[in-house]
Write a protein that binds this ligand. Sequence first.
Ligand code: ADP
Length: 289
Amino acid sequence: MQDCGAGEKRIPEKREADNMDERLREQMKRIRHKVMVLSGKGGVGKSTVAANISVALALEGKAVGLLDVDFHGPSIPKLLNLEGPPPMTQGGKLAPAVYGENLKVVSLGFLLPEKDSAVIWRGPLKMGVIKQLLADVDWGDLDYLIIDFPPGTGDEPLSVAQLIPDSNGAVIVTTPQELSLSDVRKSIDFCRKVKVPVLGVIENMSGFVCPNCKTVIDIFKRGGGESMAQSMGVPFLGRIPIDPRIVEASDSGTPFVYHYSGTEAAVAFQPIIGMLLNLKEKTILPCLH
Ligand code: ADP
């Protein structure tokens, strides 16, 4: 029988896949804590939380990586004012952008061809790209890798749940109104199904303090995230109020935990950072079967 040659092609491809798996394992071993930041809906402040958590941990002297795998609307470059040329390769690895002293950042926003172009990706392709960003970016030794996702429970968090089975878990961001909460319940259910621990729920945009009369106005209601967390049996990590300075800080690429460190919103971050600083390292026991 004549050989069609397909076998020959498949063997190098398989070897490359095995090599990438090996690189992924080696890289992930050098990262002590891996934390996913999820939300049920878009626009609830998930990327703002991911960016500010990363900056706050870096300010604590931790070596932090921030990976933005939002294929359809990567906002981390804008939030940290890091728009620039795509990362360069160094010794076969992709060099992340560096923010301040301790924060390494990689966003799909650095890699996508044009800022305003729509990208259509199929699930397996997304998983391949995410795997490469975990395996082939020069993350080095990190205390934390924070991963920012698109909203919902699609291919991106599923891929990371499979690629990093020892992640510490997910922080889930919501706003207080029922429309957002019903989707967060799905995010919690997703985490349970893929065995990602829920580190807790953050209620963002929770109440607005009028700067003039100091009256609290509950624009998106208040307290819904906390009661939902209680009823779903997951930790509640705190409320971040609406603060127009957060919008201003986001738009100018200056993280509010640093630039407005005395505000109620920045102070509300402290217990969340405290929880992350106290995370135990996770190890995966080898399978004996
Ligand atoms: P997501 O990642 O969930 O889509 P973003 O983090 O991009 O949401 O935030 C959406 C918008 O809401 C941004 O303009 C951001 O500045 C703003 N924002 C987030 N949290 C707050 C808050 N607590 N107060 C005021 N504006 C906020």
